[in-house]
Design a protein around this ligand. Structure first.
Ligand code: F6P
Length: 340
């Protein structure tokens, strides 16, 4: 078979390890041939193809980003299934391996329903896909955020300030919950739990009263109970989703005004997606790549690989998509015992 691989949507540490896992197994064990599409679905609809052999994948599992490039292009805005099938036909490509998050896999599902032979690998630092226990990139993002919070705490302590760390996660609070717990935050604010400013102020004040410099971790998708929508000032992405960011800066003056404690907000942003993947993410990504290749060889079209417990399984796109994996109440309540 000649298999085309693409990485699409926001990058996540571990993408290269997936590519290596699939290509190395495919070439050495199963004698298959691979090509890469540059920049996600954009490369597919443009027919922008690069060779993908052993030479290209040498030593890449420890590299962040993606050697293929990525974009948030929606193939359905550029000719859809017809164009994708045409490019595959022109280049003698038998099947696609699409590595991406919700948007990418939703497009893969539509293409699969239209007859394109396609297998998916879930990817997102947000860890918000319901069918898989963890996605690669999440562990690395949590570690980066935790390191940053440890640093925010030392400067916060020196000045006696309240420090707000805003993390990614889109509409779920997994990165906030894990990094906030790891860093010993005095409050963790997540999209799943609308909270009042009075409650936040109470946690901040209580930490301050004990002589601590309060650390508040806020997920970008968090809203106060007084807000009707998420904080978004940068319009929509190609899949019609709001671009989030800025809630930390929004909260800082409110906390400062109510407590009299000098407050600073830091948005960690794309730093959370950059750099070397953790060992955990490299291993998970490599296993997902290897198993995805097996799905292609067994012609399990319209499926994606997933982690359930410690096993890699496969699930049909139809069952895997459309449902967000949110932070359960009991996980939040467990963390909240230590707030303030
Ligand atoms: O889905 C991953 C993610 O990093 C989100 O946490 C964040 O809201 C979004 O992507 C940022 O997207 P972009 O890289 O297009 O700015």
């Amino acid at each position: 078979m000649r298999i085309g691989i693409l990485t699409s949507g926001g990058d996540a540490p571990g993408l290269n390890a997936v590519i290596r896992g699939a290509v190395l197994t495919g070439i050495t064990v199963h004698h298959q041939e691979f090509v890469g599409f540059r920049n996600g679905w954009k490369g597919v609809v443009d027919g922008d193809i690069v060779p993908l052999g052993r030479e290209q994948i040498m030593g890449i599992s420890k590299q962040g980003g993606t050697i293929l490039g990525t974009s948030r292009t929606n193939p359905y805005e550029h000719g859809g299934a017809e164009r994708v099938a045409e490019v595959m036909e022109q280049n003698g490509i038998d099947a696609l391996l699409a590595i991406g998050g919700e948007g990418t896999l939703a497009a893969a599902r539509r293409l699969s329903n239209a007859g394109v032979k396609i297998v998916g690998v879930p990817k997102t630092v947000d860890n918000d896909l319901d069918a898989t226990d963890y996605t690669f990139g999440f562990d690395t993002a949590v570690q980066i955020a935790t390191d940053a919070m440890d640093r925010l705490r030392t400067t916060g302590d020196s000045h006696g300030r309240c420090m707000i760390a805003e993390v990614m996660g889109r509409h779920v609070g997994w990165i906030a919950l894990h990094s906030g717990m790891a860093a010993g935050a005095h409050a963790i604010l997540i999209p799943e739990r609308k909270t009042s400013i009075d409650q936040i102020v109470e946690w901040v004040q209580s930490a301050h009263n004990r002589g601590r410099a309060p650390l508040v971790v806020v997920a970008e998708g968090f809203s106060l109970d007084s807000m009707t929508d998420v904080h978004s000032e940068r319009g929509l992405d190609a899949f019609g989703r709001p671009r989030l960011g800025g809630i930390g800066e929004h909260l800082a003056p409110m906390i400062e005004e109510r407590t009299g404690i000098e407050t600073r907000a830091t948005t960690l942003g794309h730093i959370q997606r950059g750099g070397t993947p953790s060992a955990y993410d490299r291993v998970l990504a490599t296993r997902l790549g290897m198993h995805a290749l097996r799905l292609v060889l067994e012609e399990h079209w319209g499926c994606m690989v997933a982690l359930q417990g410690t096993e890699i399984v496969h699930v049909p796109f139809a069952d895997a998509l459309g449902k967000l994996k949110v932070v359960p109440d009991e996980r939040y309540d467990e963390a909240a015992v230590l707030f303030g």
